[in-house]
Design a protein around this ligand. Structure first.
Ligand SMILES: [Mg+2]
Length: 381
């Protein structure tokens, strides 16, 4: 039982160590929306909204998320007595379509707040079983196959359990070929197209079969389920869906249509932890492995993802790279690290998120802030 008294939204600008390029765009400075969620008794937790600056992944952006949280979503929660975090998803879903990342920031924050109030680790509140989670690296598109090979070799040397290559038309088969040749047959390699191809590219994409990829992620558009099924029938490489899976119903569609064999669960994309757990369970029952993707989160968002990835069916390495992969200095301490064995420790020995959040550093990075309070009466649902 808790009752949220106020929610402070903060936009921070966190510079990436190097620009990160995918098929739909490039990011150099990450605009990140952080939330401070405080309940009536003074318990507080940090949350993160993963919506990017531009609508090039899903329709959402940091600015639409800010608006959605302020105008429609936060008023549903502020001042309302909530029996637990599991009720929040439906409360935010009713008559508010989409805006999954905005919803997820609040919904996951409620799970985090519960962990703080109950003084239990977030992983245990969620039902996580793993003590360590394997991590892979996601490598952005490079200017040449040689540069990509250099990054991939360094990643394997650092211990990463999986190497994911971002691809796009014109920078695909030869890039993957070069990396497979350099890394040998035993390293798990996958490619992610972020929806950059069309079904007419099927003959071209079939060339990827020769490289024994662990999976090919989201080659076609998010809504192209029938075409993805057609591609999967031709392709030996398993398809993994990311952008397509916006809720548990889409996961069921994928299984029924056989348009993918693996799901990349990003809690932000599906509206939070309850939806992530539902997808996890449906996939587990169907024998479909899942893994946790990344959205260039700060250490706050990483805490939530690591907790999620501790659930049992997260059986493939997630994009849970350590803080130093992206940031010169992360907003949490200790920063997220990875062992030489490619494993990230799940914080099970301290309550809440498992890391301290550096409020002074965040203050210095903040470019705008807004506090929403329970004084604005809860909107009846
Ligand atoms: Mg992806």
């Amino acid at each position: 039982m808790f009752c949220i008294d106020r929610i402070t939204l903060r936009e921070i600008h966190l510079a990436l160590k190097e620009p990160f390029r995918i098929s739909s765009g490039v990011e150099s400075v990450r605009r990140i929306l952080l939330l401070e969620i405080t309940d009536r008794d003074g318990a507080m937790v940090w949350g993160e909204c993963v919506a990017p600056a531009l609508p090039n992944y899903t329709p959402e952006t940091i600015d639409t998320a800010w608006l959605a949280i302020r105008e429609w979503l936060a008023p549903r929660l502020l001042g309302r007595r909530l029996t637990g975090p599991a009720v929040v998803h439906d409360l935010l879903a009713q008559d508010i379509r989409g805006h999954n990342m905005a919803k997820a920031a609040l919904e996951m924050g409620c799970w985090g707040l519960t962990a703080e109030i109950e003084q239990r680790p977030l992983t245990l509140v969620l039902g996580g079983t793993r003590e360590r989670v394997p991590t892979g690296i996601s490598l952005g598109i490079q200017r040449s196959p040689e540069l990509l090979v250099e990054r991939a070799l360094a990643a394997v040397a650092a211990g990463y359990r999986k190497v994911k290559l971002k691809i796009q038309p014109g920078q695909d088969v030869e890039y993957v070929r070069a990396v497979r040749a350099a890394l040998g047959p035993d390293v798990e390699i996958m490619a992610d197209a972020n929806a950059a191809y069309s079904i007419g590219d099927a003959p071209h994409l079939l060339q990827l079969d020769e490289f024994e990829l662990l999976m090919l992620e989201q080659p076609l558009g998010a809504d192209a389920l029938l075409q993805l099924a057609e591609l999967q029938r031709q392709l030996r490489t398993p398809l993994c869906l990311d952008e397509s899976i916006i809720d548990v119903s889409r996961a069921r569609d994928m299984i029924a249509l056989q348009c993918g064999r693996i799901i990349n669960i990003k809690p932000g994309r599906v509206g939070g932890f309850s939806a992530s757990k539902a997808i996890h369970d449906v996939c587990q029952e169907a024998g479909i492995p899942v893994w946790c993707g990344g959205m260039l989160e700060s250490g706050v968002g990483r805490a939530y993802n690591v907790a999620l990835a501790s659930l049992p069916n997260f059986s493939m390495p997630g994009d849970l790279s350590p803080s130093a992969r992206y940031w010169t200095r992360d907003v949490v301490s200790p920063e997220w690290t990875m062992g030489a064995d490619g494993l990230v420790k799940v914080p099970r020995d301290r309550p809440g998120l498992g890391v301290d959040v550096d409020a002074d550093y965040i203050e210095s990075l903040t470019v705008r802030t807004e506090t929403l309070s329970a004084a604005r009466a809860a909107v009846p649902v």
